[in-house]
Design a protein around this ligand. Structure first.
Ligand code: B12
Ligand code: SF4
Ligand code: SF4
Length: 354
């Protein structure tokens, strides 16, 4: 990393915050990089095996909790928040109560956030370089080995709630995080304080009891993990609780009282695409692989691929009320399905014919 000469750190931070707003970010903060307690929690979480098939969470040694090992020279982390709540979408609770339609997590109804945030963050770093001269940085969104929530908390953006998502007092938790790791000694913000208090609504609301203790998520039970990150068969005992959730899960955030302060997304890329907020399960299940690719290109859903998409819908169809339409939709896909999908179709058909 190179560091710009004659830097005024406070002025650079003000410029960053102003540019961040222009680029569509809803909040920016600056964190110190040491997070020793979070490192201990991460190690315990990995030891317990809570990461399941997400082998990437255990790779990279301690790099995930030490940003200076990921990008040598890093002294600060600029953390940003971008709100994604799609206010115009079909009501989330109503969708969860309608078993013939697919529930897709609110964060995935629009364009892939990785693309949106990465583009805006790279723009932010380039703008700052134009304003103050060249400096060393690395942009991260989600997939880099970084403890994003712990750093965002230290940057003052919010606290890690008992459901393990970051919550802001003024904006709830429906937002994405991104970072710029930098060698600029920018002034640090105060870490945010925690405000869950005695509330345990998220623990009680979780359909699969994945929040095994406050602040501790056994990802192997979490529907977001099972429908997005888990590659093999979904454990049978967890399938009924998945209901109609075919991609991700929002229940712990839907019940969180702090989300009455959530803001609607202002970024146009988070508008609902392809009617995914209220699509019928049988219609989605009838898509061919080519249709999936064509329609989901540019969406986060594209990343799971057609096979996992089909596996997930088969589970939801198994949970749907018994009907000839559902049985027909499942039977139509049976012959051409992969072994993984076929097993989930058989399970669903058995439930439909009980
Ligand atoms: C792996 C991962 C997942 C996994 C595991 C989730 C998890 N809690 O770790 C799965 C697939 C389940 C998942 C699901 C979701 N994810 Co995710 N995920 C990640 C990822 C890549 C890494 C998270 C991580 O480091 N986990 C490691 C474990 C150890 O961390 P942790 O459980 O949060 O534990 C921390 C604290 O709770 C505390 N702690 C742990 N144990 C204990 C015990 C005690 C006693 C105490 C006091 C504290 C404590 O310390 C830990 C470290 O800070 C991040 C991106 C990133 N690079 O950070 C996105 C990220 C966390 N995910 C995100 C989102 C949006 C989601 C979903 C909402 C998507 C959805 N709707 O389906 C769900 C939410 C599920 C949930 N309740 O958390 C956003 C969260 C934004 C926000 N507002 O917080 C992130 C930041 C991506 C992004 N760039 O925006 N995710
Ligand atoms: S995302 Fe769903 S399954 Fe995962 S912890 Fe939250 S409520 Fe439970
Ligand atoms: S539902 Fe309650 S306990 Fe859970 S994160 Fe929100 S405030 Fe905290």
């Amino acid at each position: 990393m190179t560091q710009t000469q004659r830097l005024d750190p406070a002025a650079a931070k003000r410029q960053l915050a102003a540019r961040a707003r222009e680029l569509g970010f809803d909040r920016l903060g600056v964190a110190r990089i040491d997070i020793p307690e979070d490192e201990q929690h991460l190690l315990r979480w990995l030891d317990a095996g809570f990461h399941g098939e997400m082998a990437y969470m255990g790779r990279h040694g301690l790099m995930r909790s030490r940003p200076q090992e990921l990008a040598p020279g890093t002294v600060r982390v600029v953390s940003v928040r971008m709100d994604y709540w799609p206010a115009a979408a079909f009501d989330a609770e109503a969708a969860l109560e309608e078993p013939q339609i697919a529930y897709i997590s609110r964060y995935a109804l629009g364009r892939d956030y990785h693309k949106v945030l990465r583009g805006a963050l790279s723009g932010l770093a380039r703008h700052l370089a134009a304003d103050i001269g060249p400096f060393g940085y690395r942009v991260c969104v989600d997939s880099a080995p970084v403890l994003e929530k712990a750093l965002a908390r230290n940057a003052g953006l919010g606290w890690i709630g008992k459901h393990t998502n970051l919550i802001s007092r003024e904006a709830g938790s429906w937002f994405f995080l991104g970072e710029i790791l930098t060698d600029l000694p920018l002034p640090e913000d105060e870490p945010a304080s925690a405000h869950c208090g005695t509330c345990t609504a998220c623990l009680s609301a979780c359909p699969t009891q994945a929040i095994v203790a406050p602040y501790e998520l056994d990802a192997r039970r979490c529907i977001a993990y099972l429908t997005i990150e888990h590659h093999s068969a979904i454990p049978e005992e967890l399938r009924p609780a998945i209901g109609n959730r075919i991609y991700g899960c929002d229940d712990c955030q839907l019940v969180c009282p702090w989300n009455k302060f959530a803001h609607a997304a202002s970024h146009p890329d988070f508008k609902v695409r392809h009617g995914l907020d209220a699509a019928r399960l049988t219609e989605l299940f009838a898509w061919t692989a080519a249709q999936f690719k064509e329609r989901m290109r540019g969406s986060a859903i594209y990343r799971i691929g057609y096979e996992k998409w089909s596996r997930n819908i088969a589970v939801a169809l198994g949970n749907a009320p018994k009907s000839a339409e559902v049985i027909q939709a499942l039977e139509r896909r049976r012959a051409g399905a992969s072994a993984l999908v076929r097993e989930h179709i058989e399970w669903a058909l058995a439930r439909q014919r009980l």
